[in-house]
Design a protein around this ligand. Structure first.
Ligand code: ATP
Length: 239
């Protein structure tokens, strides 16, 4: 496994008059919080990594390989969106099974993987339930189970804690941290809460106005008083 999981070199994205620019190298196995004000470019950064957004310039390399010619499905990435991850007309087990085979042709071993992934996220017994009958946190965990059966080394989570109450936030952080330790995957998650960063991250990338303003180990980030946007996010007085 290469030392660097994600390397963005001179990547730019253009939306009409707006220009976003990303340069970063994320070590394999890191848990990276991606923070920053609304509109800073966090989701766009994820879309560039996952292949849903084509950069205007620059290169995206994942696990040492250039991704220019690779569609999202061919990248070593699973992405969990804030919502709408599940198909409403498919059961929980079928939604997870899609991570193994989009045609849902699952043999016994594959079905077993679906069952164990659901049990791993605390949803054993939910196999036949329909997404509409689940809470927001349960739906997030089904999406996580699907990501688990896909076994991609890079996992991108867009605000995985947003729909959760405080107790569930702590549970989700614990679950993600255990899964990361088990799978040795590289985890990136978008959050607006310093608390989530303290719980789960070992690095933080802070974005503002379409650029990575700060990319630092979590201990360094949490005591930052500069730049002002970071101080504001952390509730510190700026220097
Ligand atoms: N498809 C698009 N077309 C035009 N502009 C876009 C498009 N997608 C994003 N943008 C713009 O790019 C900027 C970054 O958007 P992005 O969604 O990446 O921000 P974000 O940091 O994820 O914000 P939030 O925290 O509100 O989700 C915003 O100004 C947004 O309006």
């Amino acid at each position: 496994m290469p030392d660097t999981a994600i390397r963005l070199s001179d990547v730019t994205v253009r939306f009409d008059e707006k220009r976003l620019a990303f340069d970063c190298a994320i070590p394999a196995g890191a848990a990276v919080a991606v923070a920053g004000p609304s509109g800073a470019g966090k989701s766009t950064l994820f879309n560039v990594i996952a292949g849903f957004q084509k950069p205007a310039t620059g290169t995206v390399a994942l696990l040492g390989q250039d991704m220019a010619a690779r569609d999202p499905a061919e990248r070593p990435v699973s992405i969990i969106f804030q919502d709408n991850n599940l198909f409403a007309h498919l059961s929980v087990a079928e939604n997870v099974g899609l991570g193994i085979d989009p045609g849902l042709k699952l043999d016994t071993a594959a079905r077993q993987r679906v069952f164990s992934a659901l049990s791993r996220v605390g949803l054993g017994g939910y196999e036949r339930r329909m997404p509409g009958s689940l809470s927001g946190g349960e739906r997030q965990r089904v999406a996580l189970a699907r990501a688990l059966v896909r076994r991609r080394p890079i996992l991108l989570l867009d605000e995985p804690f947003a729909a959760l109450d405080p107790a569930m936030r702590a549970d989700m952080a614990k679950l993600l941290s255990e899964l990361r330790a088990e799978t040795k995957s590289t985890l990136l998650f978008i959050t607006h809460q310093p608390e989530d960063i303290r719980r789960l991250a070992d690095r933080v990338m802070f974005l503002e106005a379409g650029a990575i303003l700060l990319d630092a180990p979590v201990d360094e980030f949490l005591v930052s008083r500069h730049p002002p946007a970071v101080a504001k996010f952390l509730g510190h007085s700026a220097i």
